[in-house]
Design a protein around this ligand. Structure first.
Ligand SMILES: NC(=O)c1ccc[n+]([C@@H]2O[C@H](COP(=O)([O-])OP(=O)(O)OC[C@H]3O[C@@H](n4cnc5c(N)ncnc54)[C@H](OP(=O)(O)O)[C@@H]3O)[C@@H](O)[C@H]2O)c1
Length: 291
């Protein structure tokens, strides 16, 4: 019998790709913010109990990294959506006997390391967003001992087809493309922010491979292979699309933002088959932009 999957945050960038990927093998219910706000504990528990899914995937999140750093109400929202509400979903999954799949971020790490962060590396977030995502991780792990089946997937720097929700974030490459239509040169942060990049199409495929692999509960790191600064990724992007815009490397200090970012937050995937390199994935994404 086909398994029933509920995807929360189904209109987000990743949520959409998870939906596309799931449909061939699962019965999928897609719930977005208009259907259900994940911070509404009672409603979450009631709706999940009425469906009794086999799997719950949470792709909903608060992602405005800088906004929640400065504004108390936004900080509260981040803590609620990325923290407490993850607990509501995990509790609902436990009660239904469903597997709970959730996403976290490289921003749970401080960035002091010189080697890629492994799944069991110690988190120490530098900003409010990272702290809120770490709270969500803890909400899940707390229920592990009570029998929750869970897969916690840390990922980073998503790109791919945009989400549809009103708060859906524009990916870095589309933002660059827009800028390049307005200005002849673009300044991009270089060596002080090195990380992993992730094509949402590849991530969605890897998530369902993981679910079918028989690998157990735990934290997983999934991103495209390799590492790059924002500048290096921008250079690759413009070269691949054949743009003549000038890309100039800058320091973090030349582009001040409210939230501190880790200097080096590359994710090491030590548990799952490697995902193809980010350059190949980005070239495939670019080919979809030309269609
Ligand atoms: N984007 C990245 O670069 C990145 C990096 C590392 C980790 N991640 C993680 O990857 C996951 C997917 O991110 P994404 O980029 O796909 O996010 P996204 O495109 O911003 O989508 C998030 C979705 O969550 C929905 N949402 C927000 N608050 C909600 C609430 N209270 N109830 C129900 N739905 C709510 C949003 O709806 P509205 O649009 O209607 O507000 C939006 O559709 C998240 O866990 C994120 O933290 C992302």
């Amino acid at each position: 019998m086909r398994k029933k999957v509920i995807i929360f945050g189904a209109q987000g960038a990743l949520g959409k790709q998870l939906d596309v990927r799931a449909r061939s093998d699962y019965d999928v219910l897609t719930w977005h913010k208009g259907d259900i706000d994940i911070t509404d504990e009672d409603l979450v528990k009631k709706k999940v109990a009425a469906e009794m899914p086999d799997i719950i995937i949470n792709a909903a999140a608060y992602n405005a990294v800088d906004r929640c750093e400065q504004d108390e109400e936004e900080k509260h929202q981040a803590e609620l959506i990325n923290g407490a509400a993850v607990g509501f979903l995990a509790q609902a999954a436990l009660a239904a006997g469903a597997l709970f799949v959730h996403f976290s971020t490289d921003y749970v790490f401080s960035g002091d390391a010189s080697e890629p962060y492994q799944e069991n590396s110690e988190p120490a977030p530098l900003n409010v967003y990272g702290q809120s995502k770490l709270r969500g991780e803890k909400e899940i792990i707390k229920l592990s001992g009570r029998g929750l089946q869970w897969r916690l997937i840390r990922t980073a720097r998503l790109f791919g087809p945009p989400g549809e929700g009103e708060g859906a974030k524009e990916n870095f490459f589309l933002a660059l493309l827009k800028l390049s239509r307005r200005q002849p040169e673009i300044k991009v942060i270089d060596r002080e922010e090195i990380g992993s990049f992730t094509y949402t199409v590849d991530l969605a495929a890897a998530v369902f491979d993981l679910l079918q692999s028989g690998q157990g509960a735990g934290i997983y790191h999934l991103a495209n292979s390799g590492q790059a600064s924002w500048f290096e990724a921008a250079v690759h992007f413009f070269r691949s699309i054949g743009s003549r815009v000038a890309v100039l490397p800058i320091r973090s200090a030349d582009y001040p933002r409210p939230a501190r970012r880790p200097l080096f937050s590359v994710l090491a995937n030590t548990k799952l088959p490697p995902v193809r390199d980010w350059q190949t994935a980005l070239d495939e994404y670019i080919s979809t932009l030309k269609e």
